[in-house]
Design a binder for this molecule. Structure first.
Ligand code: PEP
Ligand code: MG
Length: 585
């Protein structure tokens, strides 16, 4: 048995066989029998032209949307894909070394990339191109099914790194758990894993070399533990914990699903759901959510998986389905928050590789730079607005000018629809995410023009502490119980309330039961949390009074460090909800 400690990012326990993959795409380290060689080579021969056609289609789509300059990248990709030497090496690797075709593609593309990397650092861009082409080819091979991991029994996915885009293409019925060497609490991979309700531990550090494909493993998404080849005793304990969690879930549903949240002293709290995919609206309804407090629409682009931008109809159908599922409850649609770690496969928006992508062309900055793409989404949102109650929210607004520009484009799209006699709700409120210290500090300016605010603690923490939210090496600085973050939240809530503006919080912090007590004490009466956490947070609300929460908030202001804050909040939480077992986080 080997135990590794990582960062817990999606709760729950999973037990099952490991699928050790070598890249973001699920490639098993598989050998084949000699009799399978010809069949494997046939699969390769089928995958190449399909990948080529898709690359060409992407090139044409990007050229149409963004211009020739952006489309050129695909020419380089096509050159790599058509390289006869590389193709011959892959074939030899299957024939001579009996590697599965996926493994052969991966190995040879990686060797090619290493060669270029070693020649000159200036080839870094080309290395990225090679990786992109490799991924594209692997996707074709795996989608074709035979021999890929896609059709196998459910497994725990063990990867060195898993991108948000790869995570959004996972099948939750086949993925029991996720564990990766890299990544952190705030990464979007973590957010997708939570959405899919897959127990997940990221930032484990090197473990792949010690992991055997197919061996039993345990992922403890509450305590951040990965246990490889557990002893029988450990296995028994975790099976008991997993079963207890299932029973607890059923009990929560019985007690809290149908009633709206309120505190012990009867104060109503709006608990909404954060969603990335339309089907999650079902979970929100099932758990009696007030509404959808954050719809991360960028996942529509990330799940596209063909290098194309979703068209207006694709957007419209997604929004209409969410709004209809929510039957008149409010749905906050956040316009696409692409960039940084959220980039669709095969698409780039910046002029070159960004040295500092979280500080770069992302979110509203990207929308304002690509207005045609932005307008497509706004048109679809407006069209869907007649089917329910939509609010529009812009991400990462850090200056009032950005908000004004976004609002101007929104108004212009409204006029365009009116001219075309397309019906829409003319009174859609326009809000912003508060995700930068600049916005929190300038809130008095925003209150006069913005209809509502939602505090995005994931990014607000990142930009307050100058710490990359997905970098495990600085993960100890990325702690939600950060005193500076809590002061900023208090400021935003106080100012918004002073001016009578609705304020909510949709960062991951609200999904933490212990932190929820503090947030109520800071004056928040609306939280948007992961759909799988709605019932838990309702339960927390129901077991505390506002006075108690305010006391917690007052005491919290005296804590000097994130760790003393966390210890304090945990102890207050445990006083109300005692630990139930020894592996409880
Ligand atoms: C946030 O930053 O807190 C947030 C909710 O947005 P995202 O996690 O999608 O960046
Ligand atoms: Mg954010």
């Amino acid at each position: 048995m080997k135990i590794f400690q990582g960062i817990p990012v999606s709760p729950g326990v999973s037990i099952g066989p490991l699928a050790v993959v070598d890249s973001a795409v699920r490639v098993r380290r598989r050998k084949i029998e000699s009799a399978q060689v010809e069949k494997e080579l046939e699969r390769l021969a089928t995958a190449f032209p399909i990948a080529q056609e898709k690359l060409k289609a992407n090139r044409d789509a990007v050229e149409k949307q963004l211009g020739k300059e952006y489309a050129q990248i695909f020419e380089a990709h096509l050159l790599f894909l058509n390289d006869p030497k590389l193709r011959a090496k892959i074939e030899a690797s299957v024939r001579d070394d009996l590697n599965s075709v996926e493994r052969a593609v991966e190995k040879n593309f990686d060797q090619y990339a290493d060669l270029l990397r070693g020649l000159d650092p200036a080839y870094a861009e080309r290395v990225n191109d090679i990786t992109d082409v490799k991924t594209r080819l692997l996707v074709e091979l795996l989608e074709a099914g035979n021999g890929g991991a896609a059709n196998e029994r459910p497994t725990i996915l063990a990867a060195s790194n898993l991108t948000p885009s790869a995570a959004s293409n996972l099948d939750p019925t086949k993925t029991l758990g996720i564990v990766a060497e890299t990544g952190g609490l705030g990464s979007h991979t973590a957010i997708v894993a939570t959405a899919l309700q897959i127990p997940t531990v990221l930032g484990v550090g090197s473990f792949i070399a010690q992991a055997t494909d197919g061996a039993t493993a345990i992922v403890d998404g509450d305590a951040g533990r990965l246990i490889l080849e557990p002893t029988d005793e450990m296995l028994r304990k975790y099976v008991a914990k997993r079963d207890a969690q299932r029973r607890e879930k059923e009990l929560l549903a019985t007690n809290y699903a149908s009633a709206p949240a309120k505190t012990q002293d009867g104060v109503a709290i709006k608990i909404s759901g954060n969603i990335e995919f339309p089907y999650e609206a079902d979970e929100c309804r099932k758990n009696g959510a007030h509404g959808v407090g954050l719809y991360r629409t960028e996942f529509l682009y990330l799940a596209q998986n063909d290098g194309k931008l979703p068209d207006e109809e694709t957007h419209f159908q997604a929004y209409k389905s969410v709004v209809e599922k929510m039957e008149g409850r409010p749905v906050v649609i956040r316009t696409f928050d692409l960039g940084a770690d959220k980039l669709p496969e095969g698409l780039t928006f910046a002029s070159g590789k960004e040295p500092n992508p979280f500080m770069g062309l992302r979110s509203i900055r990207l929308s304002l730079r690509n207005t045609e793409m932005f307008r497509v989404q706004l048109r679809a949102i407006l069209r869907a607005s007649v089917f329910g109650k939509i609010r529009v929210m812009f991400p990462l607004v850090s200056t009032i000018t950005e908000f004004r520009q976004a609002k101007m484009i929104f108004r212009d799209v409204c006029e365009e629809l009116a001219e075309e006699n397309i019906p829409f709700d003319p009174d859609i409120p326009l809000g912003i995410m508060v995700e930068t210290p600049a916005t929190a500090l300038m809130l008095e300016l925003f209150v006069h023009e913005v209809d509502f605010f939602s505090i995005g603690t994931n990014d607000l923490l990142q930009y307050t502490m100058a710490v990359d939210r997905s970098n495990k090496d600085v993960g100890s600085l990325y702690e939600q119980e950060c005193p500076a973050l809590i002061r900023l939240i208090k400021r935003v809530v106080d100012v918004a309330k002073m001016y009578g503006k609705p304020v909510s919080l949709c960062g991951q912090m609200g999904s933490s039961p212990a932190n929820a007590l503090l947030l109520l004490g800071l004056g928040l009466r609306s939280l948007s949390v992961a759909p799988g956490m709605i019932l838990q947070i309702k339960k927390v609300c129901g077991n505390a009074t506002i006075k108690e929460c305010e006391e917690i908030a007052q005491n919290a202001m005296f804590k000097e460090t994130s760790s003393s804050m966390r210890v304090y909040l945990q102890s207050e939480f445990r006083r109300r909800f005692p630990k139930t077992d020894e592996y409880d986080a």
